[in-house]
Design a protein around this ligand. Structure first.
Ligand SMILES: [Zn+2]
Length: 427
């Protein structure tokens, strides 16, 4: 890990040309590996008459097909390597906004790079000291958060940093006292959470705590939200763009507003959604791993949008930048007085009820929310009324009672025209 971090702390200052050369070298290796060991790519290479030596240049990526989340969901085994010891692989899961869980696998080396080394490099730009206190706001219920904290604890805790976990479902007002006592150097959370916390801080003449930086991810962060959060807390916001399949992809340094791509680990393409051709300015983000040999995804469509950011960052890093991550705007629900709320936080809230088989969160024209649920017949631990009440309370907290919420049991939730089961929608 330290070796990798050491390398990343040097390579981020390389020139763009040098970084691109490293990318091509790693791309060649991973493509050769995939052609040989991953059923999907072995088949595609044969069909297209491609061999590893055909991948010599960045543009040669175009010779490979684009892949989508749907394809991955249909035949996950097809994308897994036949080599390597599966019992050593790391695994993460997401159900996203389609409600269909997708498993991602990482070999131990790529997991260390993606989960720790790249994250450490980013955090180091905020100049943490040894033993920095980090408050982490997570989409776990108040009851589950302690267990989560226990599971996350590593040997480094207490030495390199001190972490405290808080539930996003608590009313943010109740966090003020805890944060005052904990005196965090950094807080990690959703933009909508920081907006709600900022509201709580309005009445204070002296802030109960002073943070060096706020770190955000998973939600759309507009420039205006950023400035209002930065203004209220008097500290910088560092936003990260990533996905479960690739972990951290791009991040903001302390100097600029663009997102530096982790070029050593992932290749980013922007394409025209309709034609699939490279987009010179703006388009859908397509990702290619340069390290994961458990599930090597090449040219994976994310459904997220970005724009290339020209020029150099004032920080001097050579890592190429993208701009204005517009995200899957359709998935975000606008809550008046709160802004755009993360579909991720909502799905996490619903997944805490094991007896809810299917659900759909629908926003009405008057902004109110209707949550339709299909309950598992077998579960009788709690009555339907109790469950409806619990779901309503959880959602009320998440959207800070800004709009009415009603929860309705239904017999079935029809699949949308696209054949997908979308858990969030508008009517
Ligand atoms: Zn920078």
């Amino acid at each position: 890990m330290l070796y990798e971090l050491g390398f990343l702390l040097r390579s981020e200052w390389w020139s763009k040309a040098q970084l691109r050369r490293l990318q091509v070298e790693r791309l060649r290796e991973i493509a050769a590996f995939a052609f040989q060991n991953v059923p999907f790519y072995a088949r595609k290479a044969k069909e297209l008459g491609l061999s590893a030596k055909d991948i010599q240049h960045v543009d040669d990526l175009n010779r490979l097909p684009l892949i989508s989340r749907d394809e991955l969901l249909r035949s996950p085994e097809d994308f897994l390597s036949c080599r390597g010891q599966r019992n050593l692989w790391f695994h993460s899961k997401t159900s996203g906004t389609t409600g269909e869980p997708l498993d991602s696998y990482f070999d131990p080396y790529s997991w260390i790079v993606a989960k720790y080394a790249l994250k450490m490099r980013r955090v180091m730009t905020l100049k943490p000291r040894l033993g920095s206190r980090i408050a982490i706001i997570e989409a776990y219920s108040a009851e589950a958060i302690e267990e989560h904290e226990r599971k996350q604890r590593t040997l480094w805790d207490g030495v390199l940093f001190n972490r405290k976990y808080l539930s996003v479902f608590d009313p943010p007002g109740t966090h003020l006292e805890i944060l005052e006592r904990f005196r965090p150097d950094f807080i990690y959370g959703f933009p909508s959470y920081f907006k709600a916390l900022a509201k709580e801080l309005e009445g204070f003449s002296r802030k109960p705590f002073q943070v060096k930086a706020l770190m955000t991810s998973s939600e759309l962060l507009s420039n205006s939200s950023r400035s209002s959060i930065e203004g209220c807390f008097g500290s910088k916001v560092q936003d990260v763009y990533g996905s479960t399949e690739f972990k951290e992809v791009a991040w903001q340094c302390a100097k600029g507003n663009g997102y530096h791509i982790n070029m050593e680990n992932v290749m980013v393409e922007l394409i025209d959604e309709k034609t699939g051709a490279p987009a010179s300015r703006e388009g859908e983000i397509v990702l290619t791993t340069l390290s994961n040999r458990a599930m090597p995804l090449l040219r994976y469509r994310t459904g997220d949008r970005a724009r290339w950011r020209e020029g150099d960052c004032p920080c001097g890093r050579g890592l190429v930048m993208i701009d204005k991550i517009e995200g899957r705007i359709a998935d975000y629900l606008t809550i008046p007085g709160l802004g755009q709320i993360s579909p991720y936080a909502m799905t996490m809230a619903m997944e805490q009820f094991p007896d809810i088989k299917k659900y759909r969160i629908v926003q009405m024209p008057d902004y109110s929310l209707e949550i339709r649920i299909v309950r598992d017949d077998g579960s009788r631990d709690v009555t339907v009324d109790q469950r409806l009440q619990e779901i309503k309370e959880k959602m009320d907290l998440l959207i800070r009672n800004k709009v009415p919420v009603c929860v309705t049991p239904v017999a079935e939730i029809p699949i949308s025209e696209t054949g997908k089961h979308c858990v969030i929608g508008k009517e």
